[in-house]
Design a protein around this ligand. Structure first.
Ligand code: C2E
Ligand code: MG
Ligand code: MG
Length: 608
């Protein structure tokens, strides 16, 4: 063993001094060889200890003498604080890594430990890197030789930078949007509530603008998500550029932003700021190397008129925005209480309708279609009727779309199908054998798998044939039908079920589709019938529809015939069937039964 071997590391040598002396003293009596052995063992253990300290990449260990001068500094300390061991050794703790504000406290705490034995507890600290930046660490402190002349303090610091970073990232992710770095809905709500608090104290008013980019999905689909993201980031930047310090902005869903503008004083301020938001969209956006015009719909709600809390204001601005969407691209709508009341009413209606279904509070009325030539009743159109327990009857034109939106349409249409079949069975059993019942089938209803199979099953269960019940579909339903729906319709068609296109002329404008679809009749929309006597254009369309229908081998029905003039025109044009108030209004089944039974005299309009 050489002297050089012993003196490995100037720093450790110091703190070894006293234990080494003690070890030597204890072994004075032993032979030289024993001393050498113990020394060697001691040095080996010390080297292992050193190696351990050096090998911990994340555990920075520093040793300080009584005057807080560095006597030991491991590799991890160099990485954590930026000073090499050579640079650190001999310098004072407070000059190296203690931020100015903590300096005095650290000196005091170290002294109190040495003087009074008051330990420095382990704690989370922010210490100073050589660059001046603060480093978060968890620091443990140990005092060796506490009651001797040369007490040594060791600090064991664990770098917390990664944990802190992860924590900050997590906090960011829960409060902000990762793409635009704007606050998310929750954060915005919190901020807005605080802002509303100060608005109410100062008596000011505030505008909340809900912005929804038009056809954002199309942009994503056509150009890819990357370009969609680009648009969102660019729009965020534009909105921010126009923001005042006091304004708030957030991204609340993929293509929706909300903006709050406090400190409004006059109506003019409101217009100015709405215009300001719109200007953000005025310049085209460069996407995929091409410049594109992007529009957005805006909904505006005002504090305190349209709501007192953040949540209420956001919801009402959203209601206004949805209303704007119905008007088309780039529309602007202010929240109006009656719009909101209307939504609430619709919501109630759906709940009531569901109850009506449960309680069987619905019924079918039937409107006859008569032959234009003979006046004979050929078919009946089944029309759904709902008279709520309280209040006036509600039109199917109102509740059918609501039922479609809420998904209730499936139960509703099953009910209609079942009831129409039941009634037809009753009439057949009573000997009324000619008239067919046509039921209306909505688009959503057809999307339900097995809807057409259930229809066939229903016919079968009631012992009815394909000519007993027909169906009416609108043009748009046919255009949007997928292959499986068309397949189902074709099957019905080939089995002999009558399929009519309802409201013909109001939907899809191309006629060429007619030859592709399995239909047997056209029902000319009543708007054409209504105006035909006075409007040559409507007359021309009606005539063309009848002509085309006939050329394609279809039966043609005119809806909404209300007077003799319309009837006369239709007869001249050789329309096959007539439906309308001029002959019969939709009637309850009892009235129809009397009519079919001849208890009510038939209509005289055609006898002449
Ligand atoms: P639609 O299938 O076109 O039914 C014809 C509508 O015109 C009926 O209105 C009928 O009462 C009305 N109407 C008949 N003749 C005249 C007339 O001479 N003048 C005027 N002004 N109107 C006439 P209703 O019963 O209010 O039904 C409205 C719509 O609701 C129906 O239009 C149909 O699309 C839908 N609907 C009705 N029942 C059902 C149903 O059971 N299922 C589905 N999916 N939709 C239904
Ligand atoms: Mg119809
Ligand atoms: Mg119709």
């Amino acid at each position: 063993m050489t002297g050089r071997d012993i003196r490995t590391g100037q720093a450790l040598e110091k703190y070894q001094a006293s234990p080494t002396e003690r070890a030597s003293a204890a072994l004075v009596a032993g032979g030289q060889s024993e001393v050498a052995l113990v020394r060697r063992q001691y040095l080996e253990s010390e080297q292992r200890f050193r190696a351990l300290l050096e090998s911990l990449p994340k555990v920075a260990v520093q040793g300080y003498d009584r005057e807080r001068r560095v006597i030991y500094w491991n590799e991890a300390s160099t990485r954590l604080y930026g000073y090499s061991a050579e640079e650190a050794l001999g310098n004072q703790l407070e000059d190296l890594i203690i931020p100015a504000g903590m300096r005095q406290d650290v000196i005091e705490a170290h002294r109190a430990w040495i003087r009074d034995g008051i330990e420095i507890p382990p704690e989370e600290l922010e210490l100073r890197h050589r660059s001046g930046e603060l480093v978060p660490v968890f620091s443990h402190h140990v005092m060796l030789g506490e009651h001797t002349e040369s007490p040594l303090m060791f600090c064991v610091d664990v770098d917390l930078s990664d944990q802190k970073k992860a924590h900050r990232a997590l906090e960011f992710a829960t409060r902000f949007d990762g793409l635009t770095h704007l606050p998310n809905r929750q954060t915005f709500e919190g901020e807005l509530d605080a802002l509303l608090g100060s608005c109410s104290r100062q008596g000011g008013f505030l505008a909340l603008v809900y912005l929804d980019i038009d056809h954002f999905v199309d942009i994503n689909d056509a150009l890819g998500y990357e370009q969609g993201d680009r648009l969102l980031v660019e729009l965020t930047q534009r909105l921010r550029d126009r923001q005042r310090m006091s304004d708030l902005i957030a991204r609340v869903s993929s293509d929706e932003f909300v903006l709050a503008f406090p400190e409004l004083h006059r109506q003019a301020d409101l217009w100015r700021l709405v215009e300001n938001v719109r200007k953000s969209l005025r310049d085209p956006f460069v996407l995929d190397g091409r410049s594109r015009q992007v529009t957005a719909c805006l909904g505006v709600a005002l504090y305190p008129d349209n709501g007192l809390s953040a949540r209420e204001l956001i919801r009402n601005a959203d209601v206004a925005k949805n209303r704007a969407k119905l008007e088309g691209r780039g529309a602007l709508r202010f929240f109006e209480q009656h719009l909101h009341d209307e939504l609430v009413r619709q919501h109630h209606l759906v709940a009531q309708l569901e109850q009506a279904l449960d309680r069987d509070d619905l019924c079918l009325h039937y409107q006859p279609q008569v032959s234009a030539v003979s006046g004979r009743i050929e078919n009946l159109e089944a029309l759904l009727r709902w008279i709520p327990a309280e209040g006036p009857p509600i039109s199917p034109a109102e509740f059918i779309p609501l039922a479609e939106r809420s998904g209730l349409i499936h139960r509703l249409s099953d009910w209609v199908m079942e009831e129409a079949c039941r009634q037809q069975r009753v009439w057949r059993d009573q000997g009324f054998s000619t008239q067919r019942i046509d039921i209306n089938v909505s688009g959503r209803q057809l999307l339900h798998t097995g809807a057409l199979a259930r229809f066939e099953d229903c016919l079968l269960r009631h012992g009815l044939g394909p000519r007993d019940i027909g169906i009416e579909l609108t043009e748009n339903v046919l255009i949007e039908a997928d292959d499986s729906v068309l397949e189902g319709l074709r099957r019905l068609y080939h089995r002999g079920v009558r399929i009519a296109i309802d409201d013909f002329g109001t939907g899809y404008s191309s006629l060429s589709y007619l030859k592709h679809f399995p239909v047997t009749a056209l029902k000319i929309d009543r708007s054409f019938v209504h105006d035909a006597p006075r409007q040559p254009e409507d007359r021309a369309i009606m005539e063309a529809a009848i002509f085309i229908g006939h050329r394609l081998g279809l039966e043609v029905v005119a809806e909404g015939v209300e007077n003799a003039e319309q009837l006369e025109l239709l007869r001249d044009m050789r329309c096959d069937l007539i439906q309308g108030f001029y002959f019969y209004r939709p009637m309850a089944s009892d009235d129809i039964q009397r009519l079919l039974g001849g208890l009510v005299p038939g209509h005289g309009h055609l006898s002449g």
